[in-house]
Design a protein around this ligand. Structure first.
Ligand SMILES: [Zn+2]
Length: 217
């Protein structure tokens, strides 16, 4: 994660400069200058990694307009898309999502523009009255599978002005890696319909006894 991501998550202080030790790690241990991924020699077994996914609010009423920033993984095309889940249909495991594109191809990017329309767009969706009235900055809407969709870790970024880019709280690389860990792990793919007891088990993840904790300052 980069420093602003750590700030958003409350892991480091909100104010002050990026400390030298963090810059040292960035300069010496990352796989490339445009990445926040460590060199493979610093990887630990991924089953030891605890990442809590950012789930969509599933208390939202079906058929009503309630936008949530989200990431969808289309399993058929292996494509990740960012946008707002606007209307959900839980019984059908589907939703209508708007499509947003990162302003730049950088992994650290956290600003998005509404997609002006691409191959994903289903024109009939933008004619639905709730979408027509509430989403006048967005042009590209498509149907998604809810179980292939997770929340984007961000404050509620409201879309006001037409066609202006929006800045979310965390970067493309952090948000998508969290989504991939969650959506690619078979036990948790049914996250949207998790019963409370399964959810509790997820929180109780216990590391193998061979794992040591290391603290650095
Ligand atoms: Zn699009």
């Amino acid at each position: 994660m980069n420093w602003p991501d750590l700030r958003y998550l409350g892991i480091v202080g909100r104010k002050g400069r990026i400390p030298n030790w963090f810059i040292f790690i960035n300069n010496n241990f990352l796989s490339s200058s445009s990445s926040t991924l460590l060199l493979s020699s610093y990887f630990i077994n991924s089953s030891f990694t605890l990442a809590s996914p950012c789930l969509l609010d599933h208390t939202v009423k079906d058929y009503s307009f309630y936008p949530q920033w989200a990431i969808n993984l289309d399993s058929a095309t292996q494509t990740l898309s960012v946008g707002r889940v606007c209307i959900t249909y839980k019984k059908q495991n589907s939703a209508i999502m708007s499509h947003w594109l990162p302003v730049s191809p950088s992994a650290d990017e956290r600003s998005y523009n509404p997609c002006p329309g691409c191959a994903l767009n289903i024109p009939a969706l933008s004619k639905k009255s709730a979408i027509k009235q509430r989403c006048n900055s967005e042009k590209c809407f498509f149907n998604i599978t809810l179980s292939e969709t997770v929340g984007y870790p961000t404050r509620n970024a409201k879309v006001f002005a037409a066609y202006l880019p929006i800045t979310l709280s965390t970067s493309w690389s952090y948000a998508t890696s969290l989504a991939l860990v969650h959506l690619m792990n078979p036990p948790s793919t049914a996250s949207f319909t998790l019963s409370p007891s399964v959810k509790d088990n997820l929180d109780d993840d216990v590391l193998p006894s061979s794992v040591q904790s290391l603290y650095t300052d």
